[in-house]
Write a protein that binds this ligand. Structure first.
Ligand code: NAX
Length: 328
């Protein structure tokens, strides 16, 4: 049987953690033949709650769960990790400005990026879920690059929830099965500025754009619905998205490690593709094969799309400028 893979999860006592850990342990992320060891990080005051989650994981008697630890020390949590899911982050408190949020998270993700680079496997894959996830991934990556050792391309932010939300909205509008929809992409930041782009989408050989044929719906209904979906969930549920966010994290890592059968949106450090400055963690259309991801090249960007991409890039560049001093 295969050697276990070590999966570090931060914010393990939180609500996304509660939806995520059981699915990792049951093999849905890394495969039904892949044993896993869970390395759970949370703050000191959350250690008791993490122990409770571990008791429930034990009570599932998952055949693939080869071990687990809980800690409040990033150096312990990331030791020899193959995959790191960075879910824990500083939420926006009352009266907190956006800049305060960025710097509070900057402090967390510089520490964690350094600890990953010093302790994890050299080919570790890192997915940041905690918001603002693109910039948090950018910060962790910058801190990791200072240490060296790990692969700078492997620090990602999660855009998959936006991608999946877009697919469901398109399936409902077009009357096609969600599983028939291919070639979706969400460009940019995980924020309401994202640009969900279905110009290339196909369903059983038909162009989804031609099927829908409604630019006003795209601009006035679809984009705001996908962009503000997180707020709509909070309004309805009284809590932010958790199970759907956990599902998206599982999808992202699953496809990265085991391969994708379609385009998938990943927040990856730009290599300059589509004019996005190098290093900015940006939602791009990707394909995964043999454990590697690759940005789909050569897509036509029309004037409307150029405008949308420029808006979400501007927001990310502003975020980057706000944390620049912390990364010196
Ligand atoms: P919770 O508040 O339920 O849980 C967060 C957990 O993280 C807590 O247990 C807390 O103690 C822990 N934590 C805080 N700082 C930590 C640190 N420095 N090290 C380790 N653990 C730490 O939040 P939850 O609903 O689970 O959401 C977690 C994060 O995901 C939030 O930042 C949220 O904004 C973000 N989301 C990202 C999404 C995405 O698509 N990228 C969608 C869902 C979600 O909004």
């Amino acid at each position: 049987s295969k050697a276990p893979m070590r999966v570090a999860v931060t914010g393990a006592a939180g609500q996304i953690g509660y939806s995520l850990l059981f699915r990792i342990a049951s093999g849905e992320m890394l495969g039904k033949d892949q044993p896993v060891i869970l390395q759970l990080l949370d703050l000191p005051q959350a250690q008791k709650a993490v122990k409770g989650v571990m008791m429930e994981l034990e009570d599932c008697a998952f055949p693939l769960l080869a071990g687990m630890i809980a800690t409040d020390d990033p150096n312990v949590a990331f030791k020899d990790a193959d995959v790191c899911l960075l879910v824990g982050a500083r939420p926006r408190g009352p009266g907190m400005e956006r800049a305060d949020l960025l710097t509070a998270n900057g402090a967390i993700f510089t520490v964690q990026g350094k600890a990953i680079a010093e302790n994890a496997k050299e080919d570790v894959r890192v997915l940041v879920v905690g918001n603002p996830c693109n910039t948090n991934a950018y910060i962790a990556r910058a801190a990791a690059i200072k240490v060296g050792r790990t692969n700078p391309n492997n620090y990602h932010g999660m855009l998959r929830l936006d991608h999946n939300r877009a697919l469901s909205q398109l399936a409902a509008k077009s009357g096609r099965e969600v599983s028939s929809l291919k070639k979706m992409v969400v460009w940019g930041n995980h924020s309401p500025s994202m640009y969900a782009d279905y110009r290339f989408c196909e369903s059983n050989g038909d162009s989804v754009k031609a099927l829908i044929n409604d630019h006003a719906w795209n601009n006035d209904v679809f984009l705001p619905t996908v962009g503000k979906r997180g707020a709509a969930i909070i309004e309805a549920r009284g809590l932010s998205s958790a199970a759907s966010a956990a599902n998206a994290a599982i999808d992202h890592v699953h496809d990265w490690v085991l391969g994708s059968s379609d385009w998938v949106t990943m927040g990856v450090p730009s290599d300059g593709s589509y004019g996005i400055p190098e290093g900015v963690v940006f939602g791009f259309p990707c394909e995964c094969k043999d454990g590697q991801f690759k940005i789909i090249q050569g897509l036509e960007i029309d004037e409307y799309s150029k405008g949308k991409i420029a808006i979400t890039l501007k927001e990310l560049e502003d975020e980057r400028a706000a944390v620049a001093d912390m990364l010196k």
